[in-house]
Design a protein around this ligand. Sequence first.
Ligand code: WTA
Length: 636
Amino acid sequence: MKANQIPFRIKSLEDYQRSFEYSQEDPEGFWSSIAQAYHWKKPWEKTLEWDFQSPSVKWFINGQLNITENCLDRHIPTQGDQIALIWEPNDPQESTKQYTYRQLLSEVNKMANVLKDQGIRKGDRVCIYLPMIPELAFATLACARIGAIHSVVFAGFSSNAVADRINDAQCAYVITSDGLNRGAKQIPVKSVVDEALALCPCVQKVLVVNRLNWPIHMQNDRDYWYHERLNHVNDHCEATTMDSEDDMFILYTSGSTGKPKGVVHTCGGYMVYAGYTFANVFQYNPGDIFWCTADIGWVTGHSYILYGPLLQGATTVMFEGIPTYPDAGRFWQVIDKHNVNIFYTAPTAIRSLMASGVDHVLSYNLHSLKLLGSVGEPINEEAWHWYHTHVGKGKCPIVDTYWQTETGGIMISGMGGIHPQRPSYAGFPIPGIQLMLVDAEGKEIHGNGVEGNLCVKFPWPSILRTTYGDHERCRINYFATYNNLYFTGDGARREEDGMFRLLGRVDDVINVSGHRFGTAEIEDAINHCTKVIESAVVGYPHDIKGQGIYAYVILEHDENANDQTRDEIIESVVDVIGKIAKPDKIQFVRGLPKTRSGKIMRRILRKVAEGETNALGDTTTLLDPTVVDEIIATRL
Ligand code: WTA
């Protein structure tokens, strides 16, 4: 087969197989054929240079582009009046907003000009700490338009967490809002930024979007209202020419050690992969309305609310609210209201809606739905069947999409409706993805019907390039465990038919409601509480969240192990990270199971948290085996 016979859009199992086989034999030919589908200001000279030792990966070398021209300008002649973005507010009584491609381009250009007026230039880092309002989409795209590197921080993180991220990337600019809506609550945002900025000398300017009409503190010569700055700009803004390998954005994510790291993605490869995976996994057809319920503060929102859909000229829905406000039928009401065809959400959301009873979903007809998606963790069978039966009415294929912040786009999934589906199985590798299962020593596990640690042996266009400011950390985290392989940190099983089933993290990362936290990161936050001497955190199965956070805590000897202390510990975590990392259970203990060399045996703590106290394995190597009996006796 020749490269020019590779279809961009996979329409059949045969297309998938042809693409997949070609991509494994000639990955560079494959991706250079796919990349032709985009607008390049200057074509690339060489498709790929790579080595996983450094690591160093470069795609579409010396190619020039701007992703927003591909997301916006390119569609204007043929679909300028088509809706690009539908924004649904938190409160169903408030009006929806819609932007055609032409209007969205105009809004992005205005925002881009405001940013330029503020002195923001190509390569500058901009922290975006905004709720899910249209200005978040404008700001993100505006950064990409002028070549500024966006670092979107989920607006639920605490001021300390924001400050860490701002300082790590040395952001000179922040874009935020007065406050945000979350269900029945209104939550301050600007005051969180104000607290953060007391710790961030690098920040020069703050742009503030008015969402709630709240009186807020505005610091002279630093803080500016967005709506006032808009009076000084027009809606023309040339897209800055970017090199394919120029940094495009930073997104912080947790690993097994230390503080969250800034995953860096670059312009060309990210564009090619986000658009390709969106078009194929979701089998997007012109006119379809696509809704991804993630927040743009996470990678899912980056790739499948904004960039993927807009690259393909889709209509994408952005939702400010939560699934349970004003009631647990809100998702289904929005689907009917906007005639959503493709719906992409997380298992934790499905499980929490299941818990509210099926009546909420049965009162909507959901006729428009054609395809459903899931992301963030494996979708358990019960949730899969509920989703399939009650939301998809038995007729919508479900794609279970496995990927990571570091991978930029979906890595394993069925192509919607094309591949066979099986609950709790993610499916097959995306063409161009060369997976490998290895044992603990890094030896390849061949054949099917096998399990191992999931690695990738060849680069794909949107693989992370580095972790911001610390390349060595990137190498050690992802490329040093196994020689010449990218290691995902997940375990997986490859079935007889080649289908992949994800088995969860094999490192000290826990996945709470689809959000990643390092156990060390939470322990560090707990230890901020002055009453705490030491702590150990593990995940345990949680009906709604997938995994819950179980903390074992040793207190200073004269402190009381009571609810007040528990509240103070929780307060510490909320302060250091945010509400999303609150421990579900805190057990006070007098000691932790440690080896003679002082290493905590987490395996034992995990088993106790899971309630499997009979299968603790060998505890004789512990410094003090009696600690375990006590932990079991006081288990929560
Ligand atoms: C887990 C989210 C099983 C996995 C896009 C991965 C999944 C981590 C799935 C990345 C899935 C995500 N099946 N596990 N469909 N999707 N994961 O960076 O452990 O927030 O390593 O990216 O979530 O989380 P991240």
